[in-house]
Design a protein around this ligand. Structure first.
Ligand SMILES: [Zn+2]
Length: 271
């Protein structure tokens, strides 16, 4: 399992990579968003060189506000064009997966409409996915895409899509955290994980681990039960990086404890 974090879109990417490397981050969750990390301005060769220098991996993240289901055709096409450009940039940087936030901002339209428009936009990207060898994964979002049936409306329609599970989001606007439910249905398609804390309800607080109600032990157990051993982004938004370092340490410990518990259990079962 690898631990990383996300760059801030207002800050210089190179400077972000430097502090992350100093902090022992094993990959960058690279979001290509203006103002400071716009897809049309990013120097992909310089980013690749910096990642090589620090032996860091990379996963692709795109702006969360792209209107890829817009009821206005030209606006929707604009979002598709931006995602297409991101796919190319991520290929140049060496990412294998790029995240997408399904859209839902279509006032006066039924759910069916924006589901179909999301699918239409995602399908338009498939030739670029094949050309660049960068896969698409969709992230669960509080409200409209936060349960297995809701995500299934996209994942079942497009077997090419990977699942990007945000465990903090899975804790919001739901009677109970939907991590287990989502993994039970689509765990085999899990390609990336975001982890941060909150207090349930509506507020997407992106707190350090342990500061809210997300059960870290249960989250790690659920990921390990479905065989996940990939990258986890600490999407902890705090001006004091000490809280990010604390989150890194408690996640690494919980993960290693989980591995040990599982191997002890399987030895007992064999004895
Ligand atoms: Zn996230």
């Amino acid at each position: 399992m690898l631990i990383g974090t996300m760059n801030h879109p207002e800050r210089d990417i190179q400077a972000e990579i430097e502090w992350m490397a100093d902090a022992g981050m094993e990959f960058i969750d690279l979001t290509l968003e203006p103002p400071a990390s716009a897809s049309w301005e990013v120097d992909t060769r310089a980013v690749r060189r910096a990642l090589d220098r620090h032996r860091m991996g990379v996963v692709g993240h795109t702006a969360w506000y792209l209107p890829m289901a817009s009821a206005i055709p030209e606006v929707r096409q604009g979002a598709v064009d931006e995602l297409r450009r991101c796919l190319q940039k991520f290929a140049e940087i060496g990412a294998k997966w790029m995240n997408i936030h399904p859209d839902r901002h279509t006032p006066w339209h039924p759910r069916r409409f924006y589901i179909e428009k999301n699918i239409e936009s995602l399908r338009q990207l498939l030739p670029d996915v094949a050309k660049h060898g960068v896969g698409l994964m969709i992230e669960n979002l509080p409200g409209d895409y936060n349960s297995a049936p809701q995500l299934g409306e996209l994942l079942d329609a497009m077997p090419e899509l990977g699942l990007h599970l945000d465990i903090g989001h899975a804790n919001l606007q739901v009677p109970q955290n939907t991590t287990r439910e989502i993994l039970a249905a689509y765990g085999k398609r899990l390609r990336h994980v975001h982890l941060h804390d909150n207090k349930g309800g509506n507020a997407d607080l992106h707190l350090p681990l342990g500061a809210g109600t997300v059960d870290l032990h249960a989250s790690v157990e659920a990921l390990q039960e479905c065989g996940y051993d990939g990258a986890i982004t600490l999407e902890v938004f705090t001006p004091d990086r000490g809280y990010l370092m604390h989150s890194r340490d408690v996640l690494r410990k919980a993960w290693n404890d989980g591995v040990r518990e599982r191997s002890a259990k399987s030895q007992l079962a064999r004895a």
